[in-house]
Ligand binder design. Structure first.
Ligand SMILES: Nc1ncnc2c1ncn2[C@@H]1O[C@H](COP(=O)(O)OP(=O)(O)OP(=O)(O)O)[C@@H](O)[C@H]1O
Ligand SMILES: Nc1ncnc2c1ncn2[C@@H]1O[C@H](COP(=O)(O)OP(=O)(O)OP(=O)(O)O)[C@@H](O)[C@H]1O
Ligand SMILES: [Mg+2]
Ligand SMILES: [Mg+2]
Lengths: 158, 162, 162, 158
């Protein structure tokens, strides 16, 4: 299963839709401080159902929605879609949130519950907290993990 | 369950010592099961012994060394059960040039097993990528711009502009 | 006491807005006294408004932007009442090349007012120094070695060996 | 008042005495990860009387003393001296700690109390926590300061 593309619209600083192609091997995302690189990482965590304000670096629920800028009004919906390819078949996963706080998860065009999404990905290991997404400033915190937390990591890998 | 856990633990441990030996040039890294209660419940401890030194508390390690331990653990788990993709957001921030280059080579070596998305400011790391996306903020909105690595001169700051 | 505090507050605040304007290219930075009780007890709040955006919570700033706010505050206080020396341990770790260069220039600009000791891995920052000390660990002991910046080629990792 | 030189012996990873010349303007300290750069910063904090384990990045009292390596035994004393120059006159400030935990502070060759040292420096602003020593990883934490902490900073500068 390979991630092919990420589509983001109205999520955090993405006031206009963007589409990011992902290489089968290594994709680098570069750019000035504050340009929106870590917001892309947050967008991917968000699609996998992340709801913790701390992990999404937000303070209130609507911080997820683009807050507006000169000439572009604030967004009323945040939308992120991941496009995968598995044995030649395309698989789309997306999450959408409206200003009223309602979340809609979709798998290949059909509305599903978050639980269905997690079941779908369970076998693949994607989205598992530790060993697939390392947030900015976290890599050196692993040495502070407790013996129980380290054990949990090994169990996840088993 | 006990057998599976011990098998996994032993292979993570041997990967971990290999990784530490490579990243800390000759140091000894080890994961130990705490001698407490039952193997199915006990916690795990990491120990690092640098070249020429006795075993020290992880607390005494430097900023960059702590990042290297995290990187070693990440790749030890990846070798056993790779996730379909990995996203690394500036994991090289505390590293010196040597270790940044080593990290770049490590990512390249495992990129045939899994996909990497790497956010970085360090040219030594980004030069391993096959696709390079620039992100810039214009008028308060993030946009994506193409970036050609060849055009990035080593001694000039990276230009990412529309 | 009240008068002295207000005078200091106002000059730090005007320095701070100048620094933010310079470091965030046109953004507006401001320090505000909370409207609570007596001026001699109330706390202070920082607000940043990036170009093209409304005022946002500091929490939403990026890793590098938070470092820039810290740097702006440091130099705002330095301008009022410089300490005999400043030690900056890898304050550039989260900065992109542009901001690292800007930090180097800022340190150079104020180095006639006070002394700076800067620990860094970034050539764009270390090239401003008049004295460069290399530290390396041989056989478990830290030793000091001379480093010539001219010998440091831009596209190679920095060599610090005995 | 200018800092001219730092002498470190037996403190943390400095198993042999080193002497570091400091420029009137900008001195850069560079080198590989784990070589001892931040230990120099800790040494300077320590001379000014720093006693917090957390700020000195130690766990137990004797972590300050060089713990030994191949061919060099552990140190029994940690010693750090700062040499300043003020209007042409040299001023030496030092701190020494023995394995039994005893601390000796000296000012120009005479044993003094820490309080005398702090009085000596009070007028100069040196050693004041925030705006003269920024430890590794701290520069981006300032945005998390409470309104009261920010106020204290301004008062120190007044
Ligand atoms: N809801 C939102 N609406 C508009 N802009 C937002 C929103 N949330 C965050 N931002 C903007 O995103 C910026 C931070 O982006 P991000 O953290 O992705 O930067 P970055 O590219 O990772 O930078 P660095 O290299 O410093 O880590 C902030 O400056 C903030 O203005
Ligand atoms: N009491 C001690 N005795 C011997 N060695 C020590 C002692 N305390 C710390 N060390 C060593 O010092 C090293 C860390 O040094 P330091 O934190 O200064 O590195 P650094 O040069 O700042 O690296 P980085 O660039 O990664 O921040 C540790 O690896 C540890 O082995
Ligand atoms: Mg970021
Ligand atoms: Mg350090």
């Amino acid at each position: 299963m390979k991630l092919k593309k990420i589509i983001i619209d109205g999520f955090k600083s993405f006031g206009r839709p963007v589409s990011i192609n992902i290489s089968e091997n290594i994709t680098a995302i570069v750019g000035p401080n504050g340009s929106g690189k870590s917001n892309v990482v947050d967008a991917i965590r968000w699609v996998f159902g992340e709801h913790s304000y701390k992990n999404l670096r937000t303070v209130k629920k609507n911080d997820i929605l683009f807050s507006g800028s000169n000439g572009t009004s604030a967004s009323n919906r945040a939308y992120v879609k991941l496009i995968f390819e598995d044995d030649g078949k395309e698989i789309d996963v997306s999450r959408e949130m409206l200003r009223d706080g309602k979340n809609i998860y979709m798998l290949n065009g059909e509305v599903v519950r978050l639980k269905d999404l997690m079941d779908f990905f369970a076998g693949t290991g994607a989205g598992k907290e530790f060993y697939s997404i390392i947030a900015q400033g976290q890599i050196d915190k692993i040495v502070n993990a407790t013996p129980e937390e380290l054990r949990k990591l090994i169990e996840e890998a088993a | 369950a006990k057998k599976v856990f011990l098998e996994t633990f032993n292979s993570v441990n041997s990967n971990f010592s290999e990784m530490i030996e490579e990243l800390f040039e000759g140091a000894k890294g080890e994961m130990r099961l705490l001698p407490e209660k039952d193997v199915l419940e006990t916690g795990i401890e990491i120990s690092i012994k640098k070249v020429g030194k006795k075993e020290q508390n992880l607390y005494l390690l430097s900023g960059g060394e702590k990042s290297l331990v995290g990187i070693a653990l990440l790749f030890s788990l990846l070798k056993i059960n790779p996730s379909p993709f990995y996203i690394l957001d500036e994991v090289d921030a505390a590293l010196d040039d040597y270790n940044a280059e080593r990290l770049g080579r490590l990512i390249k070596r495992y990129s045939d097993k899994t996909q990497f998305i790497v956010v970085t400011h360090n040219k030594l790391v980004m030069e391993n990528a096959d696709i390079l996306h620039g992100i810039t903020m214009t008028n308060g909105i993030s946009t994506i711009v193409p970036v050609e690595l060849e055009k990035v001169a080593d001694d000039k700051p990276l230009e990412v502009t529309t």
